[in-house]
Ligand binder design. Structure first.
Ligand code: BEZ
Length: 236
């Protein structure tokens, strides 16, 4: 690989690049196999490394929670299948960490020794490493559109509560045609209407809807109770 070579990076709003790959759960055809579901495609630098191990244990422990939000998980590193299998077996059989033990990773982990997928998704960042993918996260919607991209360097483990918050917030924005403010969590007020619709500012300021509060002409929020969000997003 040429030093500091730059790869095209998919962007938010793009169709998720297509690929077929071998995984720990068999072959996948991405994103076609995931049509109708949200999916988090994420890369990690290497098997048998400590930060990645802590991440996999955490993500696997939260898989049911993500699945309940109609979101599937797919991991990737530029290691081979037998390395993946051996690492995941070690995690299950030997690693106890922060109260997690016997953790079985049942979501697919892609082998990408050719780096084809990692390059397609802009997961290789030569300034950080020529041989390992960075910690990239792609949140892809049920129509195969990339909706959020987050990158972390090799040394920094991800916050999986934040990734879950992103999935629920994106679905809430879609379902209720709202935007979500800083640090939003289900039950917090949401922003109406979504950014870019300034033409309705006057009507918003004069709204009779008592659940809407306008802080100024460009900034109106309304209540959206937690149960309504959870019923729609988590079908609870
Ligand atoms: C880790 O997961 O611990 C790790 C991986 C690659 C470089 C540095 C740390």
């Amino acid at each position: 690989m040429e030093e500091n070579q730059v790869y095209a990076m998919p962007r938010i709003g793009d169709k998720a690049p297509e690929f077929k790959a071998v995984t720990t759960q068999g072959e996948i055809n991405f994103p076609a196999d995931y049509k109708g579901s949200w999916v988090i495609l994420f890369s990690h630098p290497a098997d048998f490394t400590p930060v990645c191990t802590s991440e996999f244990m955490t993500f696997a422990s939260m898989e049911k929670q993500f699945n309940e939000a109609n979101c599937k998980l797919v991991g990737l590193s530029v290691d081979g299948l037998y390395s993946h299998i051996a690492w995941l077996r070690t995690i299950k059989e030997k690693i106890e960490y922060k109260g997690m033990k016997n953790v079985e990773v049942t979501f697919p982990l892609i082998e990408d020794i050719t780096m084809d997928v990692a390059k397609k998704y802009g997961m290789m960042m030569p300034g950080e490493s020529n041989t390992k993918a960075v910690r990239a996260v792609f949140v892809i919607d049920p129509n195969g559109i990339i909706r959020t991209i987050i990158y972390y360097p090799l040394s920094l483990g991800r916050n999986f509560d934040e990734l879950y918050r992103v999935v629920v917030a994106l679905q809430t924005a879609d379902e209720f045609k709202v935007a979500t403010p800083a640090d939003w969590r289900p039950g917090d007020d949401v922003i109406v209407p979504t950014a870019g619709s300034c033409g309705v500012a006057k009507e918003r300021m004069e709204t009779k809807d008592e659940t809407v509060k306008c802080h100024d002409w460009f900034f109106c929020t309304k209540k959206l109770d937690k149960d309504t969000v959870l019923k729609k997003v988590l079908k609870k």
